[in-house]
Design a protein around this ligand. Structure first.
Ligand SMILES: Cc1cc2nc3c(=O)[nH]c(=O)nc-3n(C[C@H](O)[C@H](O)[C@H](O)COP(=O)(O)OP(=O)(O)OC[C@H]3O[C@@H](n4cnc5c(N)ncnc54)[C@H](O)[C@@H]3O)c2cc1C
Length: 374
């Protein structure tokens, strides 16, 4: 085994122990209180989880896409909200690594060990259609002046650094990096979402924020490419989260069905229950294969857009269905707010919308299928 494989194994063991001791016991409390408990967030920073995938030259551990996705998967088994919080940061760091100029990278990447970076595209005027945004940046001398309002941002309010999509001309999209210490930056309203209630999702307002040219991500007009790249990265990691949710469901239903008896027989012996458990297991394994294939393709420099979209499109619907089957297996307890199944359904449901809706992903998958046959 090479050094990186050994350190990957050690890392995954460490993450598993962290999840068992510090995350899983608080899963219900995080959901009910809509916040992280027991200083969980400071422990994430202390364990250097924020910089796992940051290249070593910027002070990170430099783990590849597959390892980062496996870490997210392990965390999601204990609490999906914490996994999505990390997913939002990882995919944002990835875009600065890919598209940032040297000055921007040297300024922000070392900070990514302690300060969360978020990715902001959606506005009140729409999320699926990036050309519908109103935020804009205007060039004045050697500065850019940024104005606009971004909503529904994963880690909005918690994150301190934001990649923001703006118009640099009526039909031109570009990305800039701003931070919460800049004059004109304000946090706005927090969303009151149905699931993933541990994730702060909120608004940022930009009033005449002035930035240097170095804060431009990529080049002017590269907004769509960078947005698509972030979505691809996020969808791989969301596949890992959804796999984790289904693993959590499987733990609960197999334990319950083994111990719960009906007519003196454990219900796991009954075909109707077996069929549901088997279907959850098949969905979990399929989503796992899809996200791991996409992560492998990413690590090997291949186009993984379609596989990433499949992992999230398939995984999100499957995890909601698996949650519904799990609820049924637990009977009345499954329907109770005192058991975790109901919040796993709410958590999974978010991923049919966040990082591109499943409708948009099916468009992407269909076009890729046609392209590969042209
Ligand atoms: C938990 C969560 C976290 C989020 N985090 C972020 C974040 O970090 N950053 C960020 O920028 N945004 C984030 N969002 C916002 C998310 O990206 C948008 O909600 C999503 O892109 C859809 O946009 P919309 O809500 O404006 O719906 P709309 O775009 O108005 O879509 C409404 C409906 O129309 C369908 N539709 C729209 N266009 C098409 C089309 N061309 N073809 C087929 N169907 C279509 C959609 O699929 C949807 O069903 C988050 C959302 C959630 C729920």
């Amino acid at each position: 085994m090479d050094q990186k494989t050994i350190s990957q194994d050690i890392l995954l063991r460490m993450v598993k122990a962290f999840v068992k001791n510090e995350v899983a016991p608080y899963d219900m409390e995080i959901d009910h209180t809509r916040s992280y408990v027991n200083n969980l967030w400071s422990k994430v920073k202390e364990n250097d989880f924020l910089s796992l995938m940051l290249p070593e030259e910027y002070g990170g551990a430099g783990f590849n896409g597959r390892t980062s996705a496996k870490v997210i998967n392990e965390i999601a088994k204990g609490n999906a909200s914490l996994a999505v919080t990390l997913e939002g940061h990882f995919k944002s760091v990835d875009q600065i690594v890919k598209y940032g100029n040297d000055e921007l990278k040297n300024e922000y990447l070392p900070q990514a060990k302690n300060r969360i970076i978020a990715f902001s595209m959606t506005e009140p005027s729409g999320g699926s259609n990036p050309m519908g945004i109103n935020s804009h940046a205007e060039k004045r001398g050697d500065k850019w002046i940024i104005n606009g309002d971004k909503i529904m941002i994963t880690n909005g309010g918690l994150a301190e650094i934001y990649c923001v999509l703006v118009k640099t001309a009526p039909d031109e999209l570009s990305f800039f990096v701003v931070d919460n210490e800049m004059e004109g930056f304000e946090y706005g309203k927090q969303e009151n979402f149905l699931g993933l209630t541990g994730v702060p999702v909120g608004e940022i307002v930009m009033n005449n924020i002035e930035v240097d040219e170095s804060h431009l991500l990529g080049k002017v007009g590269m907004g769509k490419e960078i947005g698509d790249s972030a979505h691809d990265d996020a969808r791989v990691l969301m596949g890992a989260v959804l796999t984790g949710i289904m693993e959590h469901e499987l733990d609960l239903v197999t334990d319950y069905a083994t111990h719960r008896k009906a007519i003196d027989t454990p219900i796991i012996q009954m075909q109707g229950i077996q069929r549901k458990i088997a279907d959850i297991a098949i969905s979990k394994e399929t989503t796992k294969l899809l996200y791991q294939k996409a992560a492998w393709m990413k690590d090997h420099g291949q186009d993984y857009e379609e596989e990433a979209a499949m992992a999230k499109a398939y995984g999100s619907r499957s995890a909601v269905k698996a949650g519904d089957d799990s609820l049924q297996i637990l009977g009345g307890y499954g329907y109770s707010l005192d058991y975790p199944i109901e919040h796993l359904i709410r958590d999974a449901r978010a991923m049919e919308i966040a990082e591109g809706t499943v409708e948009k992903m099916r468009t992407a998958i269909a076009l890729k299928e046609a392209e590969s046959r042209a």
